[in-house]
Design a protein. Structure first.
Length: 299
């Protein structure tokens, strides 16, 4: 069986379509990998690529995309709603077919070393690649963002895993790691009051005492004048989407605010959505493995 790895690099550009198209051209040019999806958002000023391929192809495309981002994205001129610290902000590797997390950890280390040696962009290892518990959480690693990172790198405990204690002047610093699949899930509220979204995010995120596997922030979608609860669900079985959605609905009602929509960023495991269908349709005695036709077709 051929081995397959998923890679979901996030770039700090969501407004300049020429830059996004240039990154996509690079992604399509590397043998051994397939560009599955590109999503961009002007308010976040960020784009997310989803690629799947052989370990060798994914390793090469991750480097080439980081190189292209460094050439075309200037972090000294970047602003947006989403936290960020680098032109290529984060590069996660996810085991997909015939791969283990440990193998993806080794890929992350090789890519990080090459990015430093050839591009002089330092990096932190995070999630399953992290060398210490305080670097597992991406939010902790990215705290301070691009503007505050030079000072942070001088703190004894925050030396980059690869590179020197200084950022690339325009490309910043990158987080690189291996992890299991997550779901990037956002809920839009019928209000422009961003404080409502921030209050709800505090209730649901694990670091504030909410759901263990939910990371959440509140922000304003300026182009729509809509407040959003933006989340990463790092274990969609441990914390299902429907459960956090219902708590957001209940908390929003406290403020007299409706939910006007939700969105998924990038690709999502089918089971995350099937679990929602099972919950809302109240399907009895449902067996995901036996009753979903596609599971039989793909073997």
């Amino acid at each position: 069986m051929a081995k397959l790895v998923e890679c979901i690099p996030n770039f700090s550009e969501g407004r300049n379509q020429a830059v996004i198209d240039g990154l996509a051209d690079v992604a399509k040019s590397v043998p051994g990998c397939t560009l599955m999806d590109v999503q961009s958002d002007a308010t976040h000023n960020r784009c997310v690529f989803t690629l799947v391929g052989s370990p060798e192809g994914i390793e090469e495309v991750a480097f080439q995309l980081c190189k292209k981002a460094a050439e075309t994205i200037d972090m000294t001129k970047h602003e947006g709603a989403h936290p960020r610290m680098g032109a290529t902000d984060v590069i996660p590797f996810v085991p997909t077919v015939g791969m283990t997390v440990a193998e993806c950890v080794e890929i992350s280390k090789r890519v990080a070393q090459r990015i430093w040696e050839e591009l002089k962009i330092p990096s932190f290892l995070y999630e399953d690649s992290a060398a210490s518990p305080d670097r597992v959480n991406l939010a902790s690693v990215r705290k301070g963002q691009f503007e505050g990172m030079p000072e942070k790198l001088l703190q004894p405990e925050w030396a980059p895993d690869y590179g020197e204690r200084k950022m690339h002047p325009t490309a910043g610093i990158t987080a690189i790691g291996a992890r299991m699949p997550l779901v990037a899930f956002n809920v839009n509220l019928g209000t422009s009051d961003v404080q409502v979204a921030k209050n709800i995010a505090k209730v649901i995120r694990g670091s504030s005492g909410g759901f263990k596997y939910c990371k959440a922030i509140g922000l304003l979608l300026e182009d729509r004048n809509v407040a959003q609860v933006s989340m990463n669900m790092v274990n969609y079985e441990g914390t299902p989407l429907y459960r956090v959605f219902e708590v957001i609905r209940a908390e929003a009602e406290r403020w007299g605010v409706p939910i006007i929509g939700s969105e998924l960023v990038g690709l999502t495991p089918a089971k995350a959505l099937v679990d929602c269908a099972e919950y809302y349709l109240k399907i009895e005695n449902f067996d995901y493995h036996k009753q979903v036709m596609e599971n039989h077709l793909i073997g």
